[in-house]
Each structure stands twice: as structure tokens, then as C-alpha cells.
Design a protein around this ligand. Structure first.
Ligand SMILES: *Cc1c(COP(=O)(O)O)cnc(C)c1O
Length: 393
């Protein structure tokens, strides 16, 4: 039996996969089991921020792997302590809690907000999130997710969430009453179709939070760790969140999640309030230290300029209606073609892309080069142009 058959026979089919078996990768290039190569504009859905086989990252994780692989949070370890210190110094946040995924990070953010609310007033437990948001796949993070398609099959869902339309400050003001302990937003809605928020709206969110002692939680699981050209995307929106959640790109290939706590909630969680056996794993945090060290100002400026370069080239393609997003997190609206068809054709032509709702979504490793961008754009342009001609005839 081959890998595809075995997977289909034995792995629960919660994902629909492309029919390719990836065997190894280097930089931004994937190689399948037949030796065919692909330029990767997915980064493992925003995870492989430094690409594949990044020398320093491999060295740091391998060194750590040969010293100590795991030791529970009953003891201290250096890689986790150093990573937490770096994250706090770079953001001005005060504490970090390490977990293993984006959903778990958001789960911790929600628990913290509830505890903070309860300490003020027993009724202060509601969390407002945005319609079209995505916050994860556990029952509670699905409950927080503002899309009806995710609210099937698994009820009863966790209570205490309400949804507002993004960019509707009036709804925000109506719903932000004394029962609300937190507002949770993504800086750019990722799974929802790479939808940025209007800065006027985020300013209103920020104001309401300050006036009503409501916590601002920013879910930076996809947008964070340099993806948009700053360490976190909230910096570009002028926000000062109380809680920031991170995961994907921080791991660069190993599972990790991190929740950053600002002043207001730095003392909220105490011994016993949350636990996660693998949280802060020494190998994962040794690697994440390299990710954070690599994201210098200069590196982040490169992400911004490569993002602008990619965006401008895509916008010049006739079939492209619009390109949304920031840095190297881009969503492409097509005039007449289906994003999924284009994604499949791109794979045949040697470029891996993603979709998000009805858009084509690009999340290349942050180390992508301009010549790799040129190659991907030329390929997409070819596919989109050929399709256009077919559509006319
Ligand atoms: C991917 C994602 C999550 C979920 O992360 P997992 O690691 O898959 O649990 C949560 N929020 C956002 C914004 C995401 O993009």
C-alpha cells in the first residue's frame, strides 16, 4: 500500500488533501516522493516562517534535542525562560504562558478574561468576537468563532459569546455592556478570507475597552511573528492589547503556542489555573528563540518590501480583482475564476498556494526571495491568463 492509500485508509479524513506526498524541503522548495519540486507559498499554513531546514533553527533544536527533550513545567528550563523574556522585552507585555497550538492559546486567553471579569463582577463574563472570525477548533474556540458553518454538530457550545460585524462601531457600542469582560479580534481575519480591519473600527474597539474596563484580546496566531512586516500586526493598527495569542509562525515547524499578558492581567492566572503538559517544551522553545532572534528590524523591513512587491505584481494581473492583506499574508480576489481551481492548477505547475473562503491565499516563508516571488507570480499569471482565454472562447 502506498502513503496516499494508507492515509486514506487509516487517518480520519478531517482534511481534504492534495494528492502529493511531500518528503523533504529546503528553503522555500518542497520535494515530493517522486523528486518533483514545488515552490511553497503556504509555509505549512503560516508555520514555517524561516522556511525549511533553516540552518540556525535546525542546529538549535538538534542541540537541545541531544540534551533534554522534555521535562514538564515542574522544573525550570533555559530555552523557555529566554523566549518569554524576549517576547516581553519586544512587546512591553509582562508575562507569557506557553501552550501547544493556536486554539489552546485562545482557550487560555478566554479563561483569563473570564477570571478577570469574575474578579470584578460575577456577571462580567461575556466575550464579544467578530463575525467572519476564526479562533480555533476546540468547542470553546469554535464557540468564539463568528461563522455559522462552525456552529454545527458539536452543540451544546460554550455560552457567553456574542458577535458583532467588523467595522460597525455602532453594534460594538450597543453590545459592550457591563457583562462584557473582553473583545477578541484578529488583526487581519485569516481563514475568513484575509480581511483587514478598518483602523477607525479598531480605534473604536480600543476606546470602548479602555472606558469600560473590557480586555482587548488580539488573536495573532496567523498574523503574528513577522508575517505582516512587524512582530505583531496590532502594532500597525496602533493597538495596545491586554492579551495577545501566538502560535503558527513562532514554531517554524514544531508545535508551540504563546499567550502574552499585559499589565492588567499579568497577575490573573495563578498556580493551578491552567496546565499543559507539553507547554514550553525545551526543543520547541529552543527553535522559537531562533525565530525571534531572526526577526530583526532589517528582516521585518524586508518582509514589508517583499510583500509590497508581491502585491503590486499580483494587482497587475488582468484577472485579479483585488489583493488584500499586509506583508506576506495576502488574499487574492479573482474576477471570474475559482480560487480552488487555480490552487490546483498552480500545484500542477509547481507552486503551492492556499485558499481562504473564495480567495487565493499566499503565506510564503518570510525568507522567500524576490526571484522566488517572480517565479510564483509568472506561474500564477500564466494560469490566470490561459484560463481567461478559455473563458472567452
Ligand atoms: C490557525 C488559527 C487558529 C488555530 O490554531 P491551531 O494551532 O490550528 O489550533 C486560531 N486563530 C487563528 C487566527 C488562526 O489562524
Amino acid at each position: 500500500m502506498n502513503t496516499i492509500e494508507m492515509t486514506n485508509d487509516y487517518i480520519t479524513p478531517t482534511y481534504s488533501r492534495l494528492d502529493v506526498v511531500i518528503q523533504k524541503a529546503e528553503g522555500c522548495t518542497l520535494t515530493d516522493e517522486n523528486g518533483q519540486t514545488y515552490l511553497d507559498f503556504t509555509a505549512g499554513i503560516g508555520v514555517n516562517s524561516l522556511g525549511y531546514n533553516h540552518k540556525k533553527w535546525v542546529e538549535a533544536t538538534q542541540n537541545q534535542l541531544s540534551q533534554l527533550q522534555h521535562i514538564s513545567n515542574l522544573y525550570y528550563t533555559k530555552p523557555a525562560a529566554e523566549l518569554a523574556g524576549k517576547l516581553c522585552h519586544k512587546t512591553g507585555m509582562q508575562h507569557v504562558l506557553f501552550v501547544n497550538s493556536g486554539a489552546e492559546s485562545n482557550e487560555v486567553a478566554i479563561k483569563t478574561a473570564r477570571k478577570y471579569g469574575h474578579e470584578t463582577n460575577k456577571e462580567k463574563h461575556k466575550i464579544l468576537t467578530l463575525k467572519n472570525s476564526f479562533h480555533g477548533r476546540t468547542v470553546t474556540t469554535l464557540s468564539a468563532t463568528g461563522q455559522d458553518v462552525f456552529h454545527k454538530y458539536f452543540d451544546p457550545f460554550t455560552e457567553g459569546f456574542d458577535f458583532i460585524d467588523a467595522d460597525e462601531p455602532k453594534q460594538l457600542l450597543d453590545k459592550a455592556d457591563d457583562t462584557v469582560c473582553a473583545i477578541m479580534i484578529e488583526a487581519i481575519q485569516g481563514e475568513g478570507g484575509v480581511v483587514p480591519l478598518d483602523p477607525e473600527f479598531t480605534e473604536a474597539v480600543s476606546k470602548v475597552c479602555q472606558e469600560k474596563d473590557i480586555l482587548l484580546i488580539v488573536d495573532e496566531v496567523q498574523t503574528g511573528i513577522g508575517r505582516t512586516g512587524t512582530l505583531f500586526a496590532y502594532e500597525q493598527l496602533g493597538l495596545q492589547p491586554d492579551i495577545v495569542t501566538s502560535a503558527k509562525g513562532l514554531g517554524n515547524g514544531l508545535p508551540i503556542g504563546a499567550v502574552l499578558f499585559g499589565e492588567k492581567v499579568a497577575g490573573t492566572l495563578k498556580a493551578g489555573d491552567h496546565g499543559s503538559t507539553f507547554g514550553g517544551n525545551p526543543v520547541a522553545t529552543a527553535g522559537a528563540n531562533i525565530v525571534i532572534d531572526t526577526l530583526t528590524e532589517e528582516f521585518l523591513d524586508q518582509v514589508k518590501s517583499k510583500g509590497q512587491y508581491l502585491k503590486a505584481q499580483l494587482e497587475a494581473i488582468e484577472e485579479v480583482a483585488d489583493v488584500s492583506g499586509l506583508g506576506l499574508m495576502l488574499g487574492i480576489s479573482l474576477k471570474s475564476q475559482s480560487a480552488k481551481d487555480v490552487m490546483l492548477k498552480a500545484k500542477e505547475a509547481g507552486i503551492m498556494c492556499l485558499t481562504a473562503k473564495d480567495k487565493l491565499r499566499l503565506l510564503p516563508p518570510l525568507i522567500v526571495t524576490r526571484s522566488e516571488i517572480d517565479e510564483a507570480v509568472a506561474c500564477l499569471k500564466h494560469i490566470l491568463t490561459v484560463q481567461e482565454k478559455e473563458a472567452i472562447t
